[in-house]
Unconditional design. Structure first.
Length: 391
């Protein structure tokens, strides 16, 4: 399994947590009857579909739970590792796994669970699994080209079918509820027993409809990043929000001249425009990249004051609104004049008055010196490892 909290828990402590989670998981499996090969094999013979219902329930619960965690900003969906797909080897592996499941009555996980309570068939199944692993390891050099053929990368079913994440979860949940009713009907027919209630009895149907309605509500809730990104194209909201803090050019320059270490300038223009010229010490993070996970730590420091700027458009205000919503903080300001005002007033031909002329004459050489010093400090996005896991 993957690290429980990869940024807070050491690898050693993670193994301890994994041990106790594994014990709890095995206990639940055994109590649910998954240590009985007849129950597991019943899925393929039609007399017991508990396995299918449990796996459907686990899948829907996990998907809905992850959606809720993403909505409250407790998990970053971009950091979830998706196992790469190798088409041909996946098909062959699925056939081998299915045959082993039917013949042995166990999958690798449930076989360990059953062997732990002393079931002889499970012990032989585990020994056979270990033998198979050994043989596969020995012949892998001859199979490696086939195994890694048709590499598709991390493929998501929702993307294959052109669906949104919410719609895909809703479809899986609907399939699960239909499967619950249909498999119960099949069990009753195969086992020659009368159904306790009609297939669509009022009470089960009401529960199913309520569950589906709740799932629909949950999966279509936009996460915090989605909400923040939606502000980029919402000009109406910019006019309604009056509490976007801003900073004047003179105040900004004075803080730069004072070498205020708490100040972070963020240029939200494109990389091409940034390379043609920018304010001293500025870091380039285009507007559409502000919510990217690699910049989350850099843009969420409580001891810093962030000043966002762009050109003469509303990009700086959008950046402030977006980041304040995402981080629930108020340490962001907009320099609305942007790079254009900076160049015009400090490097243009016109002077506003003698006092500003003296200020500019003093500031420009210092600003250029600060710019040279800043070029030596390269700020890079943080490359976070994606959390890996799986069955």
């Amino acid at each position: 399994m993957g690290p429980y909290l990869p940024e807070l828990i050491s690898p050693e402590l993670n193994l301890v947590i994994a041990l106790f989670l594994g014990i709890a998981f095995g206990f639940v499996l055994e109590q649910a009857g998954f240590s009985d090969s007849r129950r597991l094999a019943g899925l393929f013979y039609g007399y017991d579909f508990v396995v299918l219902r449990v796996f459907f329930t686990a899948a829907v619960t996990a998907m809905v739970g992850i959606s809720l965690l993403a909505y409250f900003g407790l998990i970053n969906l971009e950091m979830i590792y998706v196992n790469p797909l190798f088409t041909r080897s996946a098909i062959v592996g699925g056939v081998v796994m299915g045959l082993g499941f039917v013949l042995g009555g166990f999958c690798p996980g449930t076989s360990i669970c059953a062997a732990a309570i002393g079931r002889i068939d499970a012990i032989f199944f585990v020994l056979g699994t270990l033998l198979g692993v050994f043989v596969y390891t020995e012949i892998y050099p001859f199979l490696s080209d086939f195994v890694v053929a048709d590499a598709q990368g991390g493929v998501l079913a929702q993307n294959v079918f052109g669906l949104t994440r919410g719609l895909f979860i809703l479809m899986v949940a609907t399939m699960a509820l239909i499967a619950f009713f249909v498999t119960k009907w099949i069990e009753n027919r195969v086992n020659n027993r009368q159904a306790i209630a009609p297939l669509f009895a009022p009470r089960p149907a009401a529960i199913a409809i309520s569950a589906l309605a709740l799932i629909t509500l949950v999966v279509f809730l936009p996460d915090k990043k989605t909400q923040a990104r939606s502000l980029i194209n919402n000009d109406a909201e910019l006019t309604e929000v009056a509490d976007i803090r801003s900073i004047e050019l003179e105040q900004l320059v004075i803080r730069l001249l004072d070498r205020d270490n708490s100040l972070i300038l963020v240029d939200v223009r494109s990389r091409e425009l940034f390379d043609t010229g920018h304010l001293p010490t500025a870091v380039n993070i285009p507007l559409d990249k502000l919510t990217a996970s690699e910049w989350s730590s850099f843009l969420n420091r409580q001891d810093k004051q962030y000043v966002f700027y762009a050109g003469l458009d509303d990009s700086a205000k959008k950046a402030v609104l977006m980041m304040s919503r995402l981080n629930n903080t108020s340490n962001q300001m907009a320099f609305e004049g942007g790079y254009s005002e900076y160049i015009e007033r400090f490097y243009g031909d016109s002077l506003e008055n003698k006092a500003f002329a003296r200020f500019r004459a003093h500031a420009v050489p210092e600003l250029e010196k600060i710019a040279v010093e800043a070029e030596k400090v390269v700020v890079k996005p943080e490359n976070k490892l994606k959390v890996q896991g799986g069955c």
